[in-house]
Design a protein. Sequence first.
Length: 230
Amino acid sequence: MREKILIIDDDEKITSMLKRSLAFEGYTVFTAHHGMDGLKQILDHDPDTVILDVMMPQLDGWEVVRRIREGGASVPVLMLTAKDEIGDRVKGLDLGADDYLVKPFALEELLARVRVLLRRRNAEKSDQPTNRLQYQDVFMDLDTREVFRGSQLIELTTKEFDLLHLFLQNPKRVLSRDVIMEKIWGYDYSGESNVLEVYIALLRQKTEEYGHKRMIQTVRGAGYVMKGES
């Protein structure tokens, strides 16, 4: 599978040049021309590395990287800036950036830095235990039975945890009521019971707290699916 790179920069010439160059190197490349769109694309595409410009209107790169880290994403971030000030570099790194490159830069150096970040990320992934599930900003640790939405800990009952576990194992897949009932409550549970609807409502209430968008969607006549709102 090709590694995915997201470029967030309001300079269309730089964005276009980087997209062509990175695509030529074999990466799948997405672009965003402002910070809010960049944050949305991180959720949509789950990139392996983000190339992020500092000086952008409305939402600058520092605020973008701060929100990325506050949301719990560990994606490597390479920041680009026209400023060659030590204080600016320190600020970016303190906020959670992994590397820093000053404009104008040599393309070969940028590509080398991207390769380093990707190697580091791949090494970290290989070291990670397989007992953790994630979809967008929802994280589940099967050892500790802790669940987070971004940085917010969510307290779940046993059945709520099991139900969310099933959805996290099948993101974007529509699960029928019968399948869910069989997996969570077993064959013998009454088909007329509304227990599933009650637990779906409880799970939504807890995962949507503090203004988070709905993740567990109803598919009329088919069942439920874990899918972020578009």
